[in-house]
Design a protein around this ligand. Structure first.
Ligand code: PEP
Ligand code: MG
Length: 324
């Protein structure tokens, strides 16, 4: 599939109206990194760190993790990699961690909640990341932040890790960006201070959609009832975009929907400028973005909303037929 889009691989994802969209890729293994050059992605917008923990029978050591993250950064060859700290717990059970029996694991003790309650692993991971960067720029994001105080507590762990590294005389990243994943509606209503304190926000659309519509992302029967292009969901995304614009906070979207061309187009028309997706989606999304004028897409969406449509999908798809 990547060969089909080879001719535009090194061209920017720039719309007809001249708006640049940064297309990034999601990854989780060293083996994914060659796709960075192959797909034409500008960076890794989401590096899921869970896999390294899941494939082992014991907790990985800091030195091992640090060597692995250093290999990821080397393979990225100067392109930005947003490392997401461990999103584990409940359903993703580590054999070496005491199992936790919860009736609703997706809404349970997971991700940053575990990281803050039992900070040993989070601290080890942050230290491994700082050492892997070894003086180069580093980007880290915390999963499943639902309120400002969780971000502050996680950020404080990063600050402690930096203080420790400084004391040990290790090189610090030349630039450090620390962000939050917005995966629950609550975070969109956090105080202004939150938007000013985060270096960036990345929307985890898979989880966000599940909590927005109260529809289990693993349950096909209910998941499919709700369209990502539902006007209420888009209205919510617009609110997040507006708040980020007001505070100057860089915003990206890294759920599966970012890699679906019509969705990506609508997100760009709403104002999102960074989308992270599986590598094979970069070509098709770029191909479409390069052929449209976002003001026109926005006008089609606004008209569907004014008409009271439940979703803008039909209107946008019908319009697209005559464009590409
Ligand atoms: C998401 O929730 O959209 C996301 C990117 O994270 P994950 O799919 O790993 O939960
Ligand atoms: Mg998620």
């Amino acid at each position: 599939a990547q060969e089909r889009y080879a001719s535009i691989r090194d061209l920017p994802a720039e719309t007809k109206c001249g708006t640049r969209i940064s297309l990034q890729m999601n990854a989780g293994l060293i083996a994914d990194l060659p796709s960075l050059a192959g797909s034409g992605a500008e960076g890794v917008g989401l590096f899921r760190t869970e896999l390294q923990f899941l494939i082992r029978t014991q907790m990985p050591r800091r030195a091992e993790l640090s060597a692995l993250y250093a290999r990821v950064l080397k393979a990225a060859d100067g392109k930005r990699v947003a490392f997401r700290t461990l999103d584990i717990g409940s359903d993703k059970v580590l054999t070496y961690m005491k199992p936790n029996d919860e009736p609703n694991p997706a809404m349970g003790w997971r991700a940053i909640r575990v990281g803050l309650d039992k900070p040993g692993v989070l601290r080890m991971q942050l230290q491994a990341l700082l050492r892997a960067a070894n003086g180069q720029p580093l980007t880290v994001m915390f999963p499943f932040i639902t309120q400002m105080n969780e971000f502050r507590a996680a950020r404080a762990e990063m600050d402690k890790a930096i203080a420790r590294e400084t004391k040990l005389g290790h090189a610090l990243p030349s630039k450090l960006d620390v962000g939050a994943m917005l995966e629950t509606p609550s975070l969109a209503y956090a105080p202004d201070a939150f938007f000013e304190e985060v270096d960036f926000i990345s929307i985890g659309g898979n989880d966000l959609k599940q909590f927005f519509f109260a529809a289990d992302r693993e349950n096909e029967r209910v998941r499919k009832r709700y369209d990502t292009l539902d006007t209420s969901f888009l209205s919510f995304l617009s609110l997040v975009i507006k708040r980020c614009e007001k505070s100057g906070t860089p915003l990206s979207f890294c759920g599966e929907d970012a890699g679906r061309p019509v969705e990506a187009l609508c997100f760009a028309a709403l104002g999102l400028r960074t989308l992270s997706m599986r590598p094979a989606s970069v070509g098709p999304v770029k191909h479409l973005l390069r052929r449209v004028n976002l003001d026109e897409v926005k006008a089609v969406m606004d008209e569907a909303i004014a008409n009271g449509d439940q979703s803008v999908r039909r209107a946008v798809a019908d319009w697209l037929v005559y464009q590409v």
